[in-house]
Ligand binder design. Sequence first.
Ligand code: SER
Length: 615
Amino acid sequence: MEKWNRKKLIKEYIEFFKSKKHKEIANFSLVPEHDSTVLFTTAGMHPLVPFLLGQRHTAGKRLVNVQKCIRTGDIDEVGDAVHHTFFEMLGNWSLGDYFKKEAIDMSYEFLTRILKIPIKNLSVSCFAGDKDAPKDEESAKIWKNLGIKKIKFLPKSDNWWIAGETGPCGPDTEMFVNGVEIWNDVFMQYNKTKEGRYEILKQKNVDTGMGVERTLAILNNLDDNYLTDSFLPIIKEIEKLSGKKYGKDEGETRAMRIIADHIKASVFIIADGILPGNVERGYVLRRLIRRAVRYGKELGIKDNFTCKVAIPVFQIYDDYEILRKNKTKITEELEKEEEKFRKTIEEGLKAAEKLFSGKIPIERKKFIKLMQLPNHQEILKELWNKKREGKDYSIKEANISEKEIDNATITGKEGFLLYQSFGFPAEMILELSREKNLLFYRGEFRIELEKHQELSRTSSSGVFKSGLADSSEETTKLHTATHLLNQALREILKEDIHQKGSNITAERLRFDFNFPRKLTADELEKVENLVNKKIKEKLDVKCEEMKPEEAKKSGAQGVFDSKYREKVKVYSIANFSKEICAGPHVKNTGELEKFKIIKEEAVAAGVRRIKAILE
Ligand code: SER
């Protein structure tokens, strides 16, 4: 059998499509160029969205490339033989040029003539059709004429591709080699709107994606992507550092895969300009590095090792100039973050141990049963909501009573303390608690985190030493501006708007709130005008302290959690706005001068974000 390696596969793919009149385009940054709703580039099509929607691409209508991608949705799955956060994707595109026939013909030719996959090993799936789009008989017929015998029709959940909630999308046809998916041709002819409608696009596009790691495994007859040359040198280095053998013990093998994947991803993320931090991409990076360090510890690696694991990453991917250029910086950042984390990890693990020992674990048998329920994540998510609403929250499917749940629960606040004092990311707390048959819900943790970030950004008392505390004149003003914005949105949009998140730097405010659609230019203008009107009116800002119940009764907005603190501060801006908040605020709105919205965008389904500044 022919041996395939990473570079050869990429070369053959690009050459093949070049011979079919495709232009090779750049491998884009992992940080999406157009500020979008995703943190990282998750597929080759990502940077091409404007062109799939009809904009002209300077390289023409037929494109090909290999694209580095990060998918963090699968982070918990990493550790088995096939999941990764970082991977490379080969792709070819037609921007309103060829469609199903040519796309499938070319896929078939590449698979059988170049990769030499015997036709008897190939099978495909096509879209089964539903109310939004018809059954894809056309693709099935093309495959059939090419001699493919095994053709399945599957619903949207399998054979439809979209990058997120909205945008270009369409039915796809997937190709399998002995049952393992190798390639995906998406026929992008729809645009899904925020209202959930599928509009026909101006042009019919093709978007295909072939994962390099998985394809290499298939071609080399391996059932483990970590044994391909995209990973093996990294695994070997980890074996050397730990003195453990890959493939021998299940837990150790899993730890090695997590380290290999996470450090590789971290190297690429740092190369693209991100540094470990407490929010967004920086936080993902921090989580990846810290999780790798923790598993390194489990393998018994004593000294700093992440920058050693990075060496084979540089070797494997020596075709990436961005890695070569940033090698020193990447190594230094890994070292720094590892050092920082190691200082506290021992103490943190002890504190976690102590916290856990105060709980009564769920009986192992029941816990396993719960974890094996396909919808266990949903169950756990529901559970905390039910509990809050005073409903029955026992888990009947696994025979777990409310009392057992209460006894085994690590609360969001307890988890948050581990995060705050020892820098343990939520995933790590979750993993640690799972190992002990305890329950921990990240959603609740996130609420604590948000509350804290809000407080630490604005608190002048300096109690919260997260490094985020900032109560300069600018942030104080922006904080008051946020309250004005919140109320203005409620009045203009005539909806029950609530704050879903807030982040203030010295330069700008960022406010997330519930709303189902994009705001029109007219609405934005009205909101901006109303805030400016309230600034011009020079309204007094008043602060009172009261019990949360009283605050609620008085009509103040905010999170009502009476457990949280005895008394809360309520800030009123004349009779325009009233919110629970830790402050600080300006004394009079006149200090703000001029308010300007600079951006409005979606952050999640039903959540919008406004960025604004004071001029
Ligand atoms: N965008 C599709 C995918 O990620 C095809 O590239 O599978």
